[in-house]
Design a protein. Structure first.
Lengths: 413, 260
């Protein structure tokens, strides 16, 4: 079982009356609410948190991409990942990921991921999300009807660019290049493990199954509500005669460790409520552009009465009951995470230890308790039966960042 | 009468044909042909109205192959070929207005007279268009209708008694916007300004006097590039064909008679 520390990087200084005064935390969030000096503080705190998580023994650290978004101030996860790659040694750098259709040409992703893989010594996980409708269609102006087509074409181009050493031409519907030549190449050959974060599209299950990619269901509503989506993936694999290896899946979960249930509520309750009641406040007109999901997927959703991945207006008590947040003593949290992993059959869990407006010291406390009192006893969960083919294969003897430049400079004369 | 045409490549075009007289091609707006049914009926008193459902709407397929207004113009031309109609009058509303203008600019020799009702196709920085693809149904109703709580306005989002019919209506709305968004996302200026000068047909530019979506600036922008065009307003909001069919039909028929 692999555990990753995932940080969404919320702008935790939004005014308390945000939902009353503004219609959306995403797409048209007012610019004056961003204070760049607070931004300085937050980026550095969040990177400290991810680096500390790596030091504590999390298997990986995880970043993602959002645009014009008050709960995720990371339009470029690759910039953050580059910083993390220099300051960590063993943790996988899980970029979950780059929204492929937003990069022109998509070879830019092949190049930047290859750079990250080289800098980190082969520790990169390459995540390729379609991206939410808010990010791709509204904030970035991509045509919803052709977004997925452009995305699939882009992923195909990136993989080709990594695999092939000869210069080649690419005549796509959305990208035409006379000379494709990804220079540098990644350390991991033929390419880093590919993870596909998805919201619950039927098409994504087939795509992962057919290409051997990892399916990561991204939802903030917790594991109980996620079961129908993960089961959809496992059913798809079974129908195609493929093994249900838990390592072909990932999930994210809010986790909060304390001395007792009451202690957890006191420490973390307000921050979780802040996350759901402030930062999930999204204008209805922006939730899904026409064409973002195919008619087929919408129909299936209607038939199975699927609930969307977003929760709003919820209380700590409801979050605990629904499994949106797993919180309490280390023993209780360990039991529930084991239940989550077995219920969903997942081998990679991204743990959100920072949520809402949780301050820095509290995050570090939560991370330390998770890494020392919860995850160690769960790491061998799947070892007896399954092998992880979706984890980075780092190089041996990577060069560590060093601090002896003055001496070397002297020796170089 | 509904006709299913087979176009080259085996594609299907669903076409409504109503009335008799000079053929008039009607190109519906972003929300689909159902929202211009009253106008189509009014026009059919004196014309044979040929109203295709644009690709992606109703049973008209082939949206995959429509990537621009250029492709859409060719599709319209193929519909006329399949109907064996040589010369036509063309009218369109909203999204269909942009399609009508594009068609009349590209296939200028086939179009005798043209009417553009609150047409998309241009962009003015000083009067940015509201984003119909980024509004809730309730907000759309307020934007599109002169009287959002009137009969036409409330019909736009009227809840249906049974769940299956309701789901079907939701899917039909989605299907309509998927097709319109494909050509008009994220800003509906796709270069028509470079082609408008080619339009030779006498053109009517018609707008509802209370249209909250299509600012007057847009009619002025069209008129600037179509010096011979007739600029008129009728009482109504943006959804003229649905909310104000009589006044709209009268203005259109007057134009067609004058330009005959």
């Amino acid at each position: 079982m692999k555990f990753m520390s995932f940080n969404l990087m919320p702008y935790r200084f939004l005014p308390m009356d945000f939902p009353e005064r503004h219609r959306s935390v995403w797409v048209d969030i007012p610019g004056h609410l961003f204070d760049p000096e607070k931004g300085h503080q937050l980026y550095n705190e969040y990177m400290d948190q991810l680096e500390y998580a790596a030091e504590l023994g999390f298997d990986g650290i995880c970043v993602n991409e959002h645009h014009a978004n008050g709960y995720g101030i990371m339009p470029s996860p690759n910039i953050i990942a580059a910083g993390l790659a220099r300051r960590t040694k063993n943790a996988a750098i899980v970029v979950l990921g780059n929204s492929v259709a937003l990069y022109n040409p998509p070879v830019r992703i092949a190049e930047e991921f290859a750079m990250l893989d080289c800098i980190s010594g082969g520790r990169l996980v390459a995540g390729f999300p379609v991206g939410t409708s808010m990010d791709t269609n509204y904030a970035y102006g991509e045509v919803p009807t052709t977004l997925r087509e452009k995305y699939y074409e882009g992923v195909r181009l990136i993989l080709e660019a990594w695999k092939r050493n000869e210069v080649f031409s690419f005549n796509g519907e959305f990208t035409q290049m006379r000379y494709v030549n990804c220079w540098p190449k990644p350390i991991q050959r033929p390419h880093p493990p590919v993870w596909i974060p998805g919201g619950g599209s039927v098409e994504t299950w087939d795509y992962c199954a057919d290409n051997g990619f990892l399916y990561s269901y991204l939802s903030f509503s917790g594991y109980k509500r996620a079961k129908v989506f993960m089961d959809g993936f496992w059913d798809t694999l079974a129908r195609k005669g493929l093994p249900g290896n838990p390592y072909q899946a990932g999930f994210v979960q809010f986790v909060a460790v304390a001395d007792s249930d009451q202690h957890a509520a006191d420490l973390y309750g307000a921050h979780a409520e802040w996350f759901f009641n402030k930062t999930q406040h999204i204008y209805g007109g922006f939730v899904e552009a026409p064409g973002y999901r195919t008619l087929n997927t919408i129909k299936l959703g209607m038939e199975s009465q699927q609930k969307g991945p977003r929760l709003i207006d919820t209380t700590w008590k409801e979050m605990i009951e629904r499994g949106t947040v797993i919180a309490g003593t280390p023993k209780r949290v360990t039991e529930q995470i084991e239940d989550l992993c077995r219920t969903l059959n997942v081998g990679h869990l991204g743990i959100l230890a920072q949520f809402g407006d949780m301050p820095h010291d509290k995050v570090l406390y939560n991370l330390r308790r998770i890494a020392t009192e919860v995850t160690p006893s769960l790491k061998s969960l799947w070892d007896d039966r399954w092998e992880d083919h979706w984890w980075p294969r780092a190089m041996t003897n990577p060069r560590a960042p060093r601090a002896d430049e003055p001496a070397l400079a002297e020796a170089g004369k | 009468m509904t006709t299913m045409l087979t176009l080259p490549g085996g594609r299907t075009a669903e076409v409504e044909r109503l009335g008799s007289g000079r053929p008039l091609v009607w190109l519906h707006g972003a929300f689909g042909l159902e929202w211009s049914a009253p106008l189509v009926r009014a026009l059919s008193a004196s014309h044979e109205v040929i109203a295709p459902k644009l690709p992606g709407y109703g049973a008209s397929d082939g949206l995959d192959g429509i990537r621009s207004f250029f492709d859409l113009s060719i599709w319209i031309d193929e519909v006329l070929d399949a109907l064996q109609i040589e010369r036509v009058d063309v009218a369109g509303h909203d999204f269909g207005g942009a399609a009508a203008a594009e068609y009349a600019a590209l296939f200028r020799r086939r179009v005798d007279r043209l009417a553009l009702l609150a047409p998309y196709g241009l962009w003015r920085d000083e009067a940015p268009l509201p984003d119909i693809f980024g509004l809730t149904p309730g907000a759309l109703q307020k934007l599109l209708y002169a009287d959002p709580s009137g009969e036409a306005g409330t019909a736009f989002n009227a809840p249906l008694p049974d769940a299956a019919a309701q789901n079907e209506a939701i899917l039909r709305r989605r299907q309509a916007l998927i097709a319109a968004a494909k050509l008009m996302w994220p800003i509906p200026d796709k270069g028509l300004k470079h082609r408008l000068h080619r339009i030779g047909a006498p053109t009517l530019l018609l707008r509802g006097d209370r249209d909250a979506l299509m600012d007057e600036a847009y009619m002025a922008a069209f008129a600037e590039r179509l010096p011979g065009a007739t600029l008129r307003t009728v009482a109504g909001g943006h959804m003229l064909p649905h909310e104000s069919p009589e006044g709209t039909a009268a203005a259109m028929l007057a134009h067609f008679a004058r330009a005959a």
